[in-house]
Design a protein around this ligand. Structure first.
Ligand code: FCB
Length: 456
């Protein structure tokens, strides 16, 4: 028998994207080069040899995309601003045409009652700043704060939900240690340095946001809020053997606690710092940094897709850990489908803060195809979303202050080092023509939103 799972009034049903993954127009209207432009233009970096040069061509088709959101009934749309579109050289001269693009998009969303949830940095650093050391250079944090202040001054009042960063964990590890993301560095010795500067830049941006808000003119409606989006995945040990348990604790520490603890407790987790220090990896913390990093924010966004199962691995000299497959079925990327990840991730966050929480990303990678009847039948995605949303409902029943849920992603897009091979969208993107096709999951999600819940 099916059961109706209803969400609280005002729950934000959303979908998420990121600038480099959808916009294209990489070199138009005065935009500067980003580290992702440089990286994807380097042969051998992207599995299928594609780039984000055109991606979904959203830069030119944003009105059509807003129309899809309206038709779907989205309550909120999460997207990011490309820093090099605003400040082509990373700092200095403003590119008005870049700013106008986002202003028009935000105005259109507001006109349709779709709440913009805007991330300032989803990994596309201006290449000019990378040329000066990127996030390894402390100065980049101050350039970020200037960029943030400029955006808050121009667009601050129009956007109810601001996030400084998207998943600093992934940017640190994939971009700077593993090297399969831009800027393609393979330097684990700089892990904590990069992470610390990202967090510092968050703290400086929050400070700029508060300064701006204090002299902003009176507004109707609730005051804009600021937060950050973290990748929070639950970690489980592969066995009860002490060394697996220890390996698991470190893996959880490096992904979750390394960011939650400085943000909410004003210190780095001692066990993680010790582990890294033995390997010569240190965070260049200066007096006052942690106070800035832990300045109060208004909400926390969590991106969670699955769980990780960790086993001790002496051959991994940095982490001493490797991940082993779970028992459940996996998606096209090889991630285990594990709906409790929603509740477990929310609980991890809850241990640090009672702030309002949002699931800012959750979704499934599939090899979707358009059938001969023109239909994209992504039943697996519908099942995934249904089961994860049901757990989100459970979390609310258990008293967790979850305010919204965003599907990753609104439309199939450039999935970083996988290129166009991994499809996460509610809308199918035909990359040859940029045509969007509603998948079955998009129709299904529209009903969920209309009903403010699920028939489960
Ligand atoms: C997250 C990223 C997002 C997308 C999804 C699949 O880690 O924030 O850009 O790549 O994974």
């Amino acid at each position: 028998m099916s059961q109706e799972l209803r969400f609280p009034p005002g729950f934000l049903w959303g979908a998420a994207t990121a600038a480099y993954q959808i916009e294209g127009a990489w070199h138009e209207d005065g935009k500067g080069e980003s580290i992702w432009d440089r990286f994807a233009h380097t042969p051998g970096t992207i599995a299928d040899g594609t780039t984000g040069d055109v991606a979904c061509d959203h830069y030119h088709r944003w009105e059509e995309d807003v129309a899809h959101m309206v038709a779907m009934g989205l309550k909120s749309y999460r997207f990011s601003i490309a820093w090099p579109r605003i400040l082509p050289a990373g700092s200095g001269a403003l590119n008005q045409r870049g700013l106008d693009f986002y202003r028009r998009l935000i105005e259109a969303l507001n006109r349709h009652g779709i709440i913009p949830n805007v991330t300032l940095y989803h990994w596309d650093l201006p290449q000019a700043l990378q040329d000066r050391g990127g996030w390894a250079n402390r100065d980049t944090a101050f350039r970020f704060a200037e960029y943030a202040a400029l955006i808050f001054r121009r667009l601050g009042a129009e956007v109810p939900l601001w996030a400084t960063h998207n998943e600093p964990f992934v940017h640190v590890y994939n971009g700077h240690a593993i090297g399969d993301h831009a800027p393609g560095r393979r330097n684990p010795w700089q892990l904590l340095r990069i992470g610390h500067h990202l967090l510092l830049s968050h703290g400086l941006a929050v400070e700029a946001f508060r300064a701006e808000a204090s002299h902003a003119s009176t507004l109707d409606g609730p005051a804009p809020q600021i937060g950050i989006v973290l990748a929070i995945w639950p970690h489980h040990p592969a066995s009860t053997r002490p060394r697996d348990v220890r390996a698991n604790r470190f893996a959880d520490g490096a992904m979750n606690r390394l960011f939650l603890e400085p943000l909410f407790r004003g210190r780095y987790p001692a066990d993680v710092l010790r582990h890294f220090a033995w390997r010569g990896i240190r965070a260049p913390v200066r007096p006052g940094d942690l106070e800035l990093i832990s300045a109060p924010i208004d909400f926390l966004g969590l991106n969670t897709y699955s769980r990780l199962i960790n086993q001790y691995d002496p051959l991994n000299l940095i982490s001493g850990t490797r991940q082993v497959p779970g028992p459940g079925p996996v998606d096209a990327i090889g991630r285990e489908i594990y709906p409790p990840c929603i509740l477990e991730a929310l609980r991890i966050a809850r241990a640090y803060t009672s702030l309002p929480l949002y699931i800012t990303e959750n979704g499934l990678a599939c090899h979707d195809v358009v059938g001969s009847d023109g239909v994209v039948d992504d039943a697996a995605r519908i099942a995934y979303l249904r089961d994860h949303i049901a757990v989100a409902h459970q979390a609310i029943q258990k008293g967790i202050d979850l305010r919204g849920y965003y599907v990753w992603s609104l439309l199939d897009n450039f999935e970083w080092s996988y290129g166009q091979r991994m499809r996460f969208g509610l809308l199918y993107t035909d990359f040859a023509t940029s045509r969007r096709i509603w998948k079955r999951s998009a129709h299904w999600y529209r009903e969920v939103i209309a009903r403010n819940g699920l028939l489960h």
